[in-house]
Design a protein around this ligand. Structure first.
Ligand code: EPZ
Length: 420
């Protein structure tokens, strides 16, 4: 198993380009299953999760070409599509569930191994199933598989008990080819939903309201191939903003959408970080004034993103004063707190609240990456900690960040990868 060896590094300085969004490209690739014809997707990040999604499309009978020189994926869907996503692919990536809506819309059936939970929570799919049932599908789960089937999908009104990102995306995809109007109320509003809706509309779908809590989808007979450029990854953007702040550096982050990271900008500025929206990108400086504590509470978009919680906890471990971190989206997303405490952060967790005392200088240690964002947070903490930090289970990180180590090294980080 590979690990990262991170030495205390000076302030990060320079420029970094953000890659395409993991959480936008995964549902977009799944949506190509509904196209009669070729799709070309640009600015695709080179990630393990993208590789798994391409395998899923191929296992369905699609032809998929990956060109990592140009970060382009081309898919061509023939008339025959399998309707089952095997467990060995689903267990590698929960986002396999995004095949449910497209397969149901295109073939009238989908059999997908139930995505297990993960370290951050049980990750149920009851809202996905509720949406499919509302559209007229029969949903059965047995032997670890979920099966959805319908001769013809009927548009309906669907209220989401929680603004689930995945459920909103799956239902929106299934509804594009249902008969009549579907309205999703209390829908998730993340930018990745908007990007997916823009792609589906290029394919001929008729979606309005993506990015608000009410999305209306007028069903159409079929969808055609389309070209699309994926939006920049807002969580990678936030990650490099925190990297500049935690090392007290000065970094220009290019190819990002400042509008998508407003809560992160606001919270960094509360800590005393300088963030300037320049023509070239976002310039983030942690070297101008002493950084101080602030409190964060994760919420669905446009609130503070849960995916930035671990990264921000690492930063708050290095500032002067105690901070409170409240996680409202996932039930178990503080695993990184124990690892940061091994580095001297002395974080106290009580249910969904963590108290980060700050002040304590971090010291290098051997730590474990428990999920994608926790791993990235430990890398950033290691840049600041005295001595050496060894981070194992880094496959989590490589699932969701394109060239993470290389980008950090280009900014002056002292980090290397080695086999355990
Ligand atoms: C997406 O996961 C992202 N993944 C996650 O990013 C992100 O943390 C999450 O949205 C929240 O923003 C992708 O887009 C591939 P949810 P998703 O459905 O769709 C509960 C990362 O680090 N829920 O909005 O699974 C669920 O248990 C990953 O890039 C139900 O109860 O998130 C959770 O508590 C991690 N029933 C909450 O909703 C359901 O049917 C949010 O889940 C579905 C979800």
């Amino acid at each position: 198993m590979a690990k990262f060896i991170v030495e205390q590094s000076g302030p990060l300085r320079g420029e970094v380009d953000v890659s395409g969004s993991k959480n936008a490209v995964l549902p977009i690739l799944a949506a190509t299953l509904m196209a009669e014809g070729k799709c070309e997707i640009y600015d695709v990040p080179n990630l393990r999760d993208v590789d798994v999604m391409c395998r899923i499309l191929r296992s369905m009978g699609a032809s998929v070409e990956e060109d990592w020189e140009t970060h382009t994926i081309t898919t061509e869907i023939g008339s025959v599509l399998a309707d089952e996503v095997p467990y060995e692919l689903v267990k590698r990536m929960r986002a396999s569930i995004f095949a449910m809506g497209p397969l149901l819309a295109r073939t009238g059936k989908a059999r997908i191994a139930l995505p297990g939970g993960c370290s951050i929570g049980d990750r149920p799919i009851d809202l996905h199933n509720k949406g499919m049932r509302s559209l007229g599908a029969r949903v059965t789960t047995d032997l670890g598989m979920v099966e959805v089937e319908a001769e013809k999908l009927q548009g309906s009104l669907i209220y989401l008990d929680f603004p689930s990102v995945g459920a909103t995306e799956n239902i929106m995809m299934a509804a594009t080819m249902a008969e009549g109007l579907t309205t999703i109320e209390n829908a998730a509003e993340e930018p990745e939903i908007v990007d997916l809706a823009n792609f589906l509309n290029k394919m001929g779908a008729r979606i309005k309201g993506a990015g608000t809590d009410t999305i209306r989808i007028e069903g159409v007979e079929k969808l055609r191939g389309a070209r699309h450029t994926v939006i920049p990854d807002r969580i990678e953007t936030g990650t490099f903003m925190v990297a500049a702040a935690i090392t007290r550096g000065d970094v220009l982050i290019r190819n990002c959408v400042p509008d998508h990271v407003k809560p992160v900008i606001a919270k960094l500025m509360e800590c005393g970080v300088t963030v300037n929206d320049e023509v070239e990108g976002l310039r983030v400086r942690g070297d101008i004034r002493k950084l101080v504590a602030t409190d964060i509470k994760t919420m669905p978009y446009p609130g503070f993103p849960t995916d930035m919680q671990a990264l921000f906890m690492a930063l708050l471990s290095t500032v002067d004063g105690a901070s409170t971190v409240i996680e409202t989206v996932f039930e178990n997303r503080f695993m990184h707190a124990a690892e940061l405490s091994r580095m001297g952060a002395n974080i106290k967790v009580n249910g969904r609240t963590a108290i980060v005392p700050g002040k304590n200088p971090l010291v290098g240690a051997q730590v474990i990456s428990t999920d994608l964002r926790a791993g990235a947070a430990l890398v950033l903490a290691g840049l600041m900690a005295k001595g050496t930090t060894e981070i194992s289970e880094i496959y989590h990180i490589e699932r969701g960040y394109d060239s993470f180590m290389e980008k950090l090294v280009s900014l002056g980080a002292n980090i290397r990868r080695c086999e355990d």
